[in-house]
Design a protein around this ligand. Structure first.
Ligand SMILES: [Zn+2]
Length: 166
C-alpha cells in the first residue's frame, strides 16, 4: 500500500511525528488516514489484488475522489468490489481518478457519462472552463450536477468552471 501517510501509521491509526505534521499542515486529511487504513486491512485479508496506492483525496459532500498514479483496476476491484467496500466503510461515494491531465480526470469523474468536450471561454475577468456533457447522460453521473461541478473545480484548482448539458 502506498499513501500520503506511512504504512505504520495507516495500520495503527496512531500518527508518527511526520504524519502528524502533515495532518496539521492540511497536507493530508482524516479521510486519507481512514482510507489508507482500510486499504492496509484489505491487503492483509487479500481482498485486493496487486498494490493499492493513492496520492491524495478530494471530498465534496458525499463524494470522495481518490486520485492515484497507480493501478486503477486494483483500486476498483473485480466487479467494483474494492470501491464498494471503501464506499461503505467511509460512508461516501468513492470515485477512483487517474492522477494525470485534467481531461482524463474529468472523464473518470463523470463516467459512464460521456464527455463531449472541454471549452475555454475567454472573458475579461478570467477565462471560464466549460465541461460539456450530453443531456441524456446526466442521470449516469454518480452525484448531482452541483457536486460534480464542485469536484471538477477542485480538480482544476479554479472556480471559473461550469458544466453544460447539451
Ligand atoms: Zn507516519
Amino acid at each position: 500500500m502506498q499513501a500520503p501517510i506511512c504504512t505504520t501509521c495507516a495500520r495503527s491509526g496512531v500518527l508518527c511525528p511526520e504524519c502528524r505534521k502533515k495532518l496539521e499542515n492540511n497536507e493530508i486529511t482524516k479521510l486519507d488516514i481512514e482510507l489508507a487504513g482500510l486499504l492496509c486491512k484489505m491487503e492483509d485479508k487479500e481482498l485486493i489484488k496487486g498494490e493499492a496506492s493513492f496520492e491524495r483525496t478530494i471530498a465534496v459532500d458525499s463524494l470522495l475522489l481518490v486520485l492515484t498514479k497507480g493501478d486503477i483496476p486494483t483500486l476498483i476491484g473485480r466487479g467494483g468490489r474494492v470501491v464498494r467496500y471503501l464506499s461503505q466503510n467511509l460512508r461516501k461515494t468513492v470515485r477512483v481518478i487517474k492522477d494525470t491531465d485534467f481531461k482524463t480526470q474529468v472523464m473518470d469523474l463523470i463516467a459512464p457519462a460521456r464527455l463531449l468536450g472541454i471549452n475555454i471561454v475567454y472573458k475579461p475577468d478570467g477565462d471560464e472552463t466549460l465541461i460539456i456533457i450530453p443531456k441524456e447522460d446526466e442521470s449516469k453521473l454518480v452525484a448531482d450536477l452541483g457536486t460534480i461541478e464542485k469536484a471538477a473545480c477542485l480538480l482544476l484548482g479554479n472556480d471559473n468552471l461550469k458544466i453544460k448539458l447539451k
